[in-house]
Structure formats: C-alpha cells, structure tokens
Design a protein around this ligand. Structure first.
Ligand SMILES: *[C@@H]1O[C@H](CO)[C@@H](O)[C@H](O)[C@H]1NC(C)=O
Ligand SMILES: *[C@@H]1O[C@H](CO)[C@@H](O)[C@H](O)[C@H]1NC(C)=O
Ligand SMILES: *[C@@H]1O[C@H](CO)[C@@H](O)[C@H](O)[C@H]1NC(C)=O
Length: 570
C-alpha cells in the first residue's frame, strides 16, 4: 500500500439617556431617569435591560482620533481609523428572529426576559442608541484576491461601543446591516435575511465547536425592502433587510494596519499597534522594544492554529482576504462560507471563485500569504535588524500549522499520544474519504461510534453507518482499519474509552448548507422556529439529539443539497 503524505498537499507552500438615531442627526429622549456613563459593575447578576450600558473607559472613540466630518457620505478618510456613523433605523415592523442564550446570559448579563422589551429590539436593530455609545464605522484596507484594494472599511457595520462582562472581558458590540457608512462604496449598507441567518448561526456554531470566532447575540428582520441580484445573473429580487448584533473582543483586521502602512500614517500605525497590544495581547510586554515582533510572532502562531482548526471541522471561510482576517485570529466575516459534506480538498463555497483561490486545501497557504502582508504592514515601524526577523518568524508558520493539524486529527482519531506514523494514518484515512466521496463530518463521527472488534470480525460495515459504508468500498479500507487497530493497541486505549473520546471530539451536527437553507426558507415566511431549533442543536454539536436525528441532520444530505448554490450577494 502506498502511503501518501497528504499533509503536504495541505501545505504546498509557495440607561436612560436614550438617543434615537435618525441617520446621522440624533436627538436625546429622556425616557426614565438618567444614568451616568460610569463603568459597569464588575459583578452582577443577570439584569434587566434597563440598567445595561456601555463602558467608555479606553474605548475606541476615546483612544483614537475620529474623522472630523460628521456627514454620512462615501469618501476617502485619511488620517483616522473611525468615522462617527449612526445606524440608520429600519422603517417597518421589527421582529426578533432569534437570540443566543449563552451570549445574552453569560456575556451581556441579561435575562431572556430582556428580549421582550421593545427597547431591546430597537437597540439590537440600530434604532436606539444606549448610554455610552458613540457608533463608529472603521476605515481599513486590504488585499482582496491577492491584490491591494486600497481603502475598504465597514461598509455595512458599525461598532456601538465596548461592554465589559461580569468576568471583566472586553467585548465590542457591532451591528451588521445597519445601513450606509462612509465606507459603503456602492452598497446600501443593508444585509438580507438569508445572509444574516447564516452569519448568526455559523458564529454560534463555530463557538460551540471550540473554534475562535466572533459571536452573534441577536438577529432581527424588518419588512424594509432591499434589492439584490442574488446570483449576479440579472435577476434582481426584493428581499427583507435584517440586522445581526455581533460581538468580538476586537474587530481589528490585518487590513486595519495595512492601510496605515500603505498611506504612511506611521504615528497612527504605532498607536494602533500599542492599543492592540495593551488591550488584547497581555503576553506581549508593551515596554519591550521588540514588542511588534513579539506581537507578530503571536499572531503568526494563533493564525496557524486557527486555520488548522478550520480544517479539522471541514470549514471553508470562502473570502480569506486580509480585510477579513482578524488580528486576534478569530473567525470573522461570515459570507459565502461552507462546511464540506463529502470530503473534497478542492471544495470552494463561493460559487464565483472559479480559480479556487479560497478552497479548503488552500486555506493554510492563504493564511501564510495574509501573514506575509501583515509583516509588510509592520515594516515601517521596525528597525532594519528587526525587519530581518520577520521572515524567520513567518518561517515558523508551517511547523505550527502542521503540529496543530496533527494534534487535532490525532484527537479526531481518538489518539492521545504521538507516533511518527500518525501523519500517514490520518492522510490515508483522508485519501480514502476523498476517493470515495465520503462525508467528512460523519466519517470521523461514525468511526468513533462503531465497534471496531465487530467490524473486523465480519469485515462488513453495518448500513446505518452510511459514511463509513462509502469508505469501506475502497481497496485500502480494511488494511487501514487493521493499522488503526494496531495503533490503538499501542496507545493502550480500550474500545469503550475510544468511543467516548471520539464522540466528544467529532461533531455529529454541523451547519450544512441545506440545513441553513431550510431555516432561511421558513424564516422568509415568518416562521422563525427553524432558526431557533437549529441554533439549539448547534449549541451541542457532539450530543445526540432526537429532534436533530428526525430532521436528518446526521443523515446523508438530501439530493437537492448538491445543486444548492450559496449566493455571494448579501
Ligand atoms: C470580506 O471580504 C469580501 C471580499 O473582499 C468583502 O466584500 C467583504 O466586505 C468582507 N467582509 C466584511 C464583512 O468586511
Ligand atoms: C467570490 O469569488 C469571486 C471571484 O474570485 C469574487 O469576485 C467575489 O467577490 C467572491 N465573493 C465574495 C463574497 O467575496
Ligand atoms: C456516541 O454517540 C452515539 C450517538 O451519536 C451514541 O449512540 C453512542 O452510545 C455514543 N457512544 C459512547 C461510548 O458514548
């Protein structure tokens, strides 16, 4: 049997001072008694929405110079990182489609009851501005599809402000789909329901898979019309505008630094770097003269690990431009992403990405490319001797990626120790999966559910293990199972423990496109229970769930799912 080192193909380098927002002119409306803009209490029990507020201490608005122009029109914004941009309220009836209980309760410190307050829904859709909030849209740049694109920026998002959770964690709250900003270019700054459902569900799904990501708190839909040519084929359709309230410790991207370096705004570049270190990289000493190298090294390492985590669940981001790569190495900007059904390394979720630049197998390379661009953005603030070290740091990416990849795939196979032949074991399993077009998620899951002793006796895979049944047709399959059995024996792990371990590691439910599509279609006709049910299932991706089984979430994907195209126009 030929043992392929498939890993190489993965890494072929090369309170109550409410302000109602009406466009950019806003007026104050005293509803109840005024609350001062003091810091949030450090410890609080889940509270009512009426005492909830933002924290102005070292927030973005007080830490950086702001665009002096207050009007909201599309323009170049040199010399600053943010423009004050009020959300543009939706005009029609607002409906709360879904909310994430863990985000609401555990981060925002709110009870579920808060969601039934009218002001809450107004807040999470951009109609109501809360105390301490100065909404900002962010100017950034980026390399898109390999080329420098100049100024980009938040075209449909505004950051409302900073919130400190009861654990003392910093969270920046952002609305997506809240209308035009100075960075909207040709867009209207709105988001349609379908793309918002996908972002909402996927953010939470990724979190519960243990993958660093921005979070989603709420999803609101209106009847405000937005016209989109979903498949760019000359068939525009009117859809409904939706808004997601999303959270991240920071929304800064590689492109946030790039634009400052390209435009030689070096003072601001240094200021942003120091802000990021102080607030988000406690492991980097702010007084160290090599601090930017230390920052780079940390980001290189964390990004390599993030990409390995994407690979481990078959997730393809779809638009890995430098403007969509977080400095904190969390997954952000869910657009035409996809989880693979059948394993295909060349899987591309964006149907217009004909070249396959952002295919599943290219993600490690693209991560490298993006980090190279990050290095370029740091050069203007480094000494010549430090610039030389950038390349050495980046060289470490491949090793870190491979180590993390193997750590994760070992765990997926139920292995805790390291053996030099594990790479082959993983690679051959993947190769068989590829050749037989077996389902990526369920092949691993079923391998952990099946009793190896039994199948080795009968040399037959029971039909209910539908993904493994495909794999068993491959000429290498039984040979592979033998090798796996020997490896497990060497590990000293018994069958029951292996099954428990693998069940905990390998998800049974992921956000497959067809699942999202069904929830979207129901939501389009105002039945939001599909989104809510799917969210509940995805909050426990490894736990067997009768309802999820009935819905077929762990079954062979329906035939219609193969012809499903994910649109890029959101
Ligand atoms: C991610 O990248 C795509 C393509 O470059 C861009 O159109 C989109 O605006 C980015 N996403 C966000 C939310 O910034
Ligand atoms: C999908 O790929 C095409 C071709 O590379 C690109 O023009 C388009 O912007 C991509 N879609 C998104 C949402 O980035
Ligand atoms: C693993 O999960 C399956 C359902 O997905 C369940 O039937 C099985 O009992 C679990 N195995 C163990 C050992 O927990």
């Amino acid at each position: 049997m030929r043992l392929l080192s498939l890993l190489l193909t993965f890494l072929h380098f090369g309170g109550y001072d409410f302000v109602l927002a009406r466009s950019s002119d806003c007026f104050k409306l005293s509803i109840l008694d005024l609350v001062t803009n003091s810091q949030c209490p450090r410890h609080f029990a889940p509270q009512s929405f009426r005492t909830w507020r933002f924290d102005r201490h070292q927030d973005l608005a007080t830490s950086f110079p702001l665009d002096p122009i207050a009007q909201n029109f599309v323009r170049q914004v040199p010399g600053c990182l943010f423009s004050v941009t009020y959300p543009i309220p939706l005009k029609s009836k607002l409906q709360l489609v879904a909310f994430s209980k863990p985000v609401l309760n555990d981060i925002l410190g709110l009870t579920d009851a808060a969601t039934s307050e009218v002001e809450f829904v107004e807040f999470v859709s951009g109609s109501l501005i809360l105390p301490g909030s100065l909404p900002l849209s962010h100017r950034y740049g980026g390399h898109q599809f390999g080329y420098w694109s100049g100024q980009l920026g938040d075209g449909r998002a505004v950051t409302l402000g900073k919130f400190v959770s009861h654990l003392g964690e910093r969270w920046e709250l952002q609305l997506k789909g809240s209308g035009r900003t100075p960075y909207s270019r040709h867009g209207d700054g709105r988001a349609v329901l379908r793309s918002s459902v996908r972002e909402f569900l996927c953010s939470e799904a990724m979190f519960h898979l243990g993958i660093p990501t921005s979070r989603a708190a709420t999803l609101v839909v209106s009847d405000d019309p937005v016209v989109r040519d979903q498949f760019y084929n000359g068939n525009p359709r009117t859809e409904r505008a939706a808004v997601v309230l999303r959270l991240a410790p920071s929304w800064f991207r590689i492109g946030s630094l790039e634009i400052l370096a390209k435009n030689k705004e070096l003072e601001l570049l240094q200021q942003l770097l120091d802000f990021v270190i102080k607030n988000h990289f406690p492991q980097v000493d702010i007084k160290d003269k090599d601090r930017y190298l230390a920052l780079y090294s940390t980001i290189v390492s964390q990004t390599a690990q993030l990409v390995a985590q994407w690979q481990s669940v078959g997730f393809t981001h779809g638009v890995c431009n430098t403007d969509n790569f977080s400095l904190l190495s969390i997954t952000i900007d869910y657009g035409p992403f996809g989880f693979m059904d059948e394993y295909n390394p060349r899987f591309v979720p964006n149907t217009s990405d004909d070249e396959g630049r952002y295919s599943y197998e290219n993600q490690p390379d693209v991560g490298y490319f993006n980090l190279e661009k990050l290095g370029d953005a740091l050069k203007p603030v480094l000494k010549r001797s430090q610039v030389k070290q950038l390349q050495n740091i980046l060289k470490g990416y491949e090793r870190i990626y491979k180590d993390k990849f193997m750590e994760l795939f070992r765990r997926k196979l139920g292995l805790l120790t390291i053996d030099e032949d594990d790479e082959n074991l993983a690679a051959v399993f993947l190769k068989i999966m590829e050749d037989t077009k077996a389902d990526f998620t369920m092949s691993f899951r079923e391998l952990g559910e099946i009793d190896l002793r039994e199948i080795l006796n009968t040399k037959e895979v029971p039909k209910k293990y539908w993904a493994l049944t495909s794999m068993a047709d491959h000429e290498w399959f039984w040979n592979w199972v033998d090798k796996y059995k020997i490896r497990l024996k060497q590990e000293g792990i018994d069958e029951a423990t292996r099954q428990i371990l693998m069940n905990k590691t390998n998800p049974r439910y992921i956000l497959r496109n067809w699942m999202a599509q069904e929830a979207i279609e129901r939501a389009n006709s105002n039945d939001f229970s599909g989104v809510q049910e799917l969210l509940r299932v995805l909050e426990h991706p490894t736990d067997w769930e009768p309802e999820a089984e009935r819905a077929g979430y762990a079954s062979r994907p329906p035939d219609w799912s193969k012809s499903l195209k994910v649109s890029c126009s959101s």
